[in-house]
Ligand binder design. Structure first.
Ligand code: SF4
Ligand code: SF4
Ligand code: SF4
Length: 319
């Protein structure tokens, strides 16, 4: 705020200029924030005890920090239907919405999908899809960005709901496994299982964005049927678990033996569909440089084919 200015101005619509003295936390600013929060809470369920966002809610945090009285302005409340959208990924409760428009901007600026919009006037103003269509019919791509950006539990993830609280989750950054683009992801885990996935805003490949597959297709990580160790086949053909280094040593020795006896064209490498660009590059180096074989290819899921076609031709695979 400029010194001597009689009213407060909103920072995001008032550009900073040379010589301005800006106070962002004066007593007047704090009072104003508190009043705005009290007005927001006048039409809010204030159901923090059972709300999925508790512990990770910006409204709750600000109300606590400013010692807000939730019942300072008792009045009319909205009665929007809760969780009426039939999609399998996102839980919608617009009674908790604070009309910040982050979902609209995330959908427009990050995904370019323009699914959410503001409708109505005054007290009836709310966030909705066009013609109040279900998300699927409105063209939602289920990237989940709106849920990532929503500061409250108006748009949230279904996964882990009523099973695990925000403070019980462990966060770990990783590279998304679903394709070789190398997007950074943050995995929320609980008791060794992945609960939710968020985009990593620090990752240069995606700066916070994820596709539907990277965001929601993670249950294969949690399945109890995953291999827990390498297996080595014994002399009579039976498989037995073995330490990874022993299995790798054996595979290397066998490959060297075959190449020695029959040449590089006798062996080939078929990679899985969930490796990074760098791992695919190393595999083709292994095939061409160490095994002297051009027999190298990969297996991709249907959603990955456009990516793999480009990658395969760049690396000269399948030649
Ligand atoms: S959205 Fe936040 S403030 Fe609202 S009920 Fe949930 S935790 Fe409480
Ligand atoms: S999930 Fe993605 S496409 Fe769908 S409304 Fe949210 S931001 Fe838009
Ligand atoms: S981001 Fe959440 S709180 Fe903000 S307008 Fe959208 S639904 Fe409402």
């Amino acid at each position: 705020m400029r010194r001597g200015w009689s009213t407060l101005v909103a920072a995001r619509v008032f550009p900073a200029r040379q010589g301005m003295v800006i106070e962002t936390d004066s007593e007047k600013v704090q009072e104003s924030r508190k009043s705005i929060l009290e007005l927001l809470l006048s039409d809010h369920p204030n159901a923090c005890m059972t709300c999925q966002a508790t512990g990770d809610c910006e409204l709750q945090e600000l109300a606590y920090r400013h010692r807000v009285k939730p019942d300072a302005y008792p009045g009319e409340r909205h009665r929007h239907p809760v969780d009426s959208d039939p999609n399998p990924y996102l839980h919608i409760d617009m009674n908790k919405c604070v009309l910040c428009r982050r979902c609209i901007r995330a959908c427009h600026d990050v995904q370019g999908a323009d699914i959410w919009t503001k409708v109505g006037r005054g007290f009836e103003q709310r966030i909705s899809t066009a013609f109040e269509l279900p998300l699927q019919d409105a063209g939602c791509e289920f990237c989940g960005h709106c849920a990532d950006f929503c500061p409250v539990d108006a748009i949230g993830f279904r996964a882990g709901r009523y099973e695990v609280r925000a403070w019980e989750l462990r966060k770990g950054t990783t590279i998304c496994l679903q394709c070789p683009m190398g997007c950074g992801a943050v995995y929320d885990t609980h008791k060794g299982k992945v609960v939710t996935v968020h985009g990593d805003f620090e990752a240069p490949a995606n700066t916070g964005a994820l596709c539907k597959v990277g965001r929601f297709n993670y249950n294969f990580v949690n399945t109890p049927h995953r291999l827990q160790s390498a297996f080595v086949r014994g002399p009579s053909g039976e498989q037995a678990p073995a330490p990874m280094h022993a299995a790798l040593d054996l595979a290397a020795a066998k490959l060297a033996e075959i190449v020695e006896k029959h040449g590089g064209s006798a062996v080939g490498i078929v990679a899985g569909g969930m490796l990074t660009n760098e791992e695919y590059y190393l595999l083709q180096k292994l095939a061409r440089g160490a095994l002297r074989s051009n027999n190298v290819d990969n297996v991709a899921g249907p959603w990955q084919l456009p990516l793999y076609e480009g990658l395969s031709s760049a690396l000269g695979w399948g030649a």
